[in-house]
Ligand binder design. Structure first.
Ligand code: ZN
Length: 496
C-alpha cells in the first residue's frame, strides 16, 4: 500500500462526492425542477463547483501526483492506481490554468444557459440566446489562451479534450472520406422508389410510448434496479456511478421513431456506464473512456442492432400490439424500410444513418471557424443555413430547426460534436469484428442480446478509462480506428 496514494484517495473521495452532487442538480434541472428554480440553483451549482475545483486543484494534490508520477513510486502502484494518477494529472492540467473565480463563473453561466437556450428554441428566438452564447464562446476563447500549447490551435486543443489524439488534420481526412462516400449515395437514394413511412406520423399515445420504451430499454439490458428513464427536452444520459445511471427521452405523439431510437441510443450509453467494474466506479477512471467510444456504444445499439431486421423479428408483434390502431396495416418489412429511410432533414438527432455524419460535419466546420476567429456568434444562424444547403441540399425554415436545435453549445461543449462521427466509425469497426466471432443475426432473431452485450462489457465497458479508444480497438480488432469499415458499411447498406 502506497501511503501517498492513500492520501490522494481522500481527495478523490471528496472530489467525487462534490462532482456527484453537482451532476444531481444538473439532472434535476433538466428533468423535474420547476422552471423558476434555475437562477437560485445555478448559484448553488456555482458554489459547489468552487468547492469541487479546490478539491481537485490544490497544492497538496499536485504534490502527491508529482510524487506518484515519479518512477519508483509508480512501481508500487497497481494498474488501476496508475490509471487514476495519470487521468487525474491530465484532468487537472485542463483546469489548473484557469483561475478558480473564472471557472466558477463559467459553471454558473452554462448552468443558466441551458434554460435560456431551451426557451429560445421553443420560441424560435436566436436573438434572446445570442448574448449568453456569445459570452460562453468568448469565455472559452479566453480559457483556450490560458491552456493552449505553442503551435497548437485553440480548436485542436478543445478537440483533444474529448478525443485524445484527434486534431483537425485527422478529422479533415476523416470527414473528407465520409463526404466522398455519402454525397453520391444520397443522390442515389433520390433515384430509388420512395419509401412511404406515413405511418410514423400517426397518433402514438405518450403513455404507450413510455410503456414500450421501458420494455425496449430492458430488452437491450438496461437494468432498472440501477437505472432510471425520465423525460427531458433533449435526450441524454447522466451517470453518477455504476449503480446509478440515468437516461432520458422525449415523447412526440406524432412521431413513433423518435422516442424508440433515442431510448435505444441512451440505453447504449447507459449500458457502458453500468458495465464499468466496481473497482473503478467512483474514481477518476470510473466512466467511459472517451466521448467517441461512448457514442460508439450508443450507436452500436441504436443503428447496428436497432435498425436491423433481425432485431425487430422477436419484438415486432409487441410493438404492433401496443399501437394497434396506428400500426395495424403496417408490415415488419415496411417498418424496417421506414426506420432505414435516408433523406436529408433538419434535425440531427432524428436523422438517418446516411446523413448523420453530414450534420456533424456542419457543426465541426462552424466550430472551427468560430475558434479561428473567422465567424462571429451573431452570424451563426446564416452560416448554419448555408452549410445545410451546401451539404444536405436543404435550408432550415426556422432557427428552431436549425442552429438552435442542440443543447451542447449552451453547456460550453465545443469540440464535442466530432466524437459522434468517430463513434459511428468505431461502432462499424466493432460490429465488423464481432460479426466474425458471434452469430450476430441469429442471436438477434432469437431475442438473445445477452452474448452481444456481454462481449462489449468484457472488452469495452468494464475497463472504464483505464484504456484509450485506440488501445481497446487494437486489443479487440487488431488495429486502431479505421474509417474504412464505416464507409464499407454505409456503401453496402445504402448502395444496394
Ligand atoms: Zn449519444
Amino acid at each position: 500500500m502506497n501511503t501517498n496514494f492513500e492520501e490522494l484517495k481522500t481527495y478523490i473521495e471528496r472530489q467525487t462526492a462534490l462532482g456527484t452532487a453537482i451532476s444531481m442538480l444538473h439532472w434535476d434541472n433538466e428533468t423535474l425542477a420547476p422552471k423558476e428554480a434555475i437562477k437560485n440553483t445555478s448559484g448553488i451549482i456555482g458554489i459547489l463547483s468552487g468547492e469541487y475545483y479546490h478539491a481537485a486543484v490544490n497544492d497538496r494534490v499536485m504534490e502527491l501526483l508529482d510524487l506518484l508520477l515519479e518512477g519508483k513510486e509508480q512501481e508500487t502502484l497497481d494498474w488501476k492506481e496508475k490509471a487514476i494518477v495519470h487521468t487525474m494529472a491530465k484532468d487537472i492540467d485542463i483546469i489548473k490554468k484557469i483561475p478558480a473565480k473564472e471557472y466558477m463563473e463559467f459553471q454558473e453561466l452554462t448552468s443558466e444557459a441551458a434554460s435560456i437556450w431551451a426557451k429560445a428554441k421553443q420560441t424560435n428566438d436566436f436573438s434572446s440566446y445570442l448574448p449568453t452564447l456569445d459570452k460562453i464562446i468568448q469565455t472559452l476563447k479566453r480559457f483556450a489562451k490560458y491552456r493552449v500549447k505553442p503551435g497548437q490551435s485553440s480548436y485542436d486543443m478543445m478537440l483533444n479534450d474529448y478525443e485524445e489524439g484527434f486534431t483537425t488534420k485527422e478529422l479533415d481526412i476523416f470527414f473528407g472520406k465520409i463526404r466522398e462516400t455519402v454525397v453520391p449515395l444520397l443522390k442515389k437514394q433520390k433515384e430509388k422508389q420512395p419509401v412511404n413511412k406515413a405511418y410514423n406520423e400517426r397518433y402514438y399515445a405518450k403513455d404507450k410510448q413510455a410503456e414500450f420504451g421501458r420494455f425496449l430499454a430492458e430488452y437491450v439490458g438496461f437494468d432498472f434496479q440501477r437505472g432510471v428513464l425520465a423525460e427531458s427536452e433533449h435526450p441524454f444520459t447522466m451517470e453518477f456511478h455504476n449503480h446509478d445511471v440515468r437516461i432520458t427521452t422525449h415523447y412526440l405523439e406524432n412521431n413513433l421513431e423518435s422516442s424508440i431510437f433515442s431510448i435505444i441510443h441512451e440505453a447504449g450509453h447507459g449500458l457502458y456506464e453500468m458495465g464499468v467494474q466496481d473497482a473503478l466506479t467512483l474514481t477518476p477512471v470510473g466512466h467511459g473512456t472517451s466521448m467517441g467510444m461512448h457514442e460508439s456504444q450508443s450507436r452500436f445499439f441504436e443503428n447496428m442492432l436497432g435498425r436491423s431486421r433481425s432485431f425487430w423479428v422477436p419484438i415486432w408483434d409487441r410493438l404492433q400490439n401496443t399501437f394497434q390502431e396506428s400500426l395495424a396495416d403496417v408490415t415488419l418489412d415496411q417498418f424496417i424500410a421506414g426506420i432505414n429511410k435516408a433523406e436529408p432533414d433538419f434535425i440531427r438527432t432524428e436523422s438517418d444513418e446516411l446523413t448523420y455524419s453530414l450534420h456533424i460535419m456542419v457543426r465541426y466546420e462552424l466550430e472551427r471557424m468560430i475558434f479561428n476567429n473567422e465567424l462571429e456568434t451573431k452570424d451563426l444562424p446564416a452560416a448554419w443555413n448555408e452549410k445545410y444547403q451546401e451539404y444536405l441540399g436543404i435550408t432550415p425554415p426556422t432557427d428552431t430547426l436549425g442552429v438552435l436545435q442542440d443543447l451542447h453549445w449552451s453547456g460550453g461543449s465545443f469540440g464535442y460534436f466530432p466524437s459522434y462521427a468517430i463513434g459511428n466509425a468505431v461502432a462499424a469497426q466493432l460490429y465488423h469484428y464481432m460479426d466474425q466471432k458471434l452469430p450476430m443475426e441469429k442471436l438477434l432473431e432469437e431475442g438473445n442480446i445477452a452474448p452481444i452485450r456481454e462481449f462489449l462489457r468484457e472488452n469495452v465497458h468494464q475497463w472504464g478509462m483505464t484504456k484509450t479508444t485506440n488501445e481497446m480497438l487494437m486489443e479487440i480488432t487488431g488495429e486502431p480506428l479505421n474509417v474504412e469499415y464505416y464507409i464499407t458499411y454505409l456503401t453496402k447498406k445504402y448502395g444496394e
